[in-house]
Design a binder for this molecule. Structure first.
Ligand code: 3AM
Length: 188
């Protein structure tokens, strides 16, 4: 199973962002992520062998329970590697200081949990973001980033994270199809 761990915003937040971006989608040559697949990746796991799954699920559950739920909202945006030569356009998460700490520690905890369960995760710096579009080639997306900077979605409380399976090429137009395998509650 190819999988990742993510924070999945509630439907209302995803729909609000989708509505904000919808009218503007006609322009440009970006590949937009379907609204119901937008998420903030905490750890990309790659292929998880079946024999590792139970241990992984148990450890992820404990990692989530160590962190406290926090208020947030989808807000602002940016691009990787940068707006002038972007491959990825993303929306951000608005966080209070405590929330930022909890989210950072949650991501660190997920990675540690995966490594201990025998699913090696790379140690690249965690940069919270929700990918909304990808480019076919490096592309100037400054206008999209400026637009996203004006966005602030409805507030919600991040109270769980999800283990998501990603099936390559099975979704619409050959995109990966995502399926939540398990959710893990943060401490209220
Ligand atoms: O969350 P974002 O969109 O930044 O690009 C994939 C996506 O990143 C990334 O994992 C996230 C799952 O939604 N991803 C895919 N293959 C990857 C790989 N081999 C990868 N990240 C690291 N290594």
């Amino acid at each position: 199973m190819r999988a990742f761990v993510a924070l999945v915003p509630p439907v209302e937040a995803l729909e609000d962002l989708d509505t904000f971006l919808e009218v503007r989608r006609e322009v440009g040559d970006l590949r937009w992520v379907q609204a119901d697949q937008v998420h903030a990746t905490l750890a990309f796991l790659g292929d998880v062998p079946d024999r590792r799954l139970d241990d992984l699920v148990e450890r992820l559950g404990r990692a989530a329970a160590k962190r406290t739920a926090f208020p947030t909202a989808i807000a602002g945006g940016g691009a990787f590697p940068d707006a002038a030569r972007a491959r990825v356009v993303w929306a951000g998460l608005q966080l209070e200081e405590d929330g930022r700490t909890e989210l950072d520690r949650l991501a660190t905890g997920c990675r540690a949990a995966a490594n201990r369960a025998g699913v090696p995760v790379d140690g690249t710096r965690f940069r919270p973001h929700l990918t909304v579009a990808r480019t076919r080639a490096p592309h100037d997306v400054s206008a999209w980033v400026r637009l996203l900077d004006t966005y602030r979605g409805p507030a919600w409380v991040a109270e769980e994270m999800a283990l998501v399976a990603s099936y390559l090429g099975e979704g619409a137009r050959g995109r990966p199809r995502h399926q939540v395998v398990e959710t893990f509650a943060l401490t209220p």
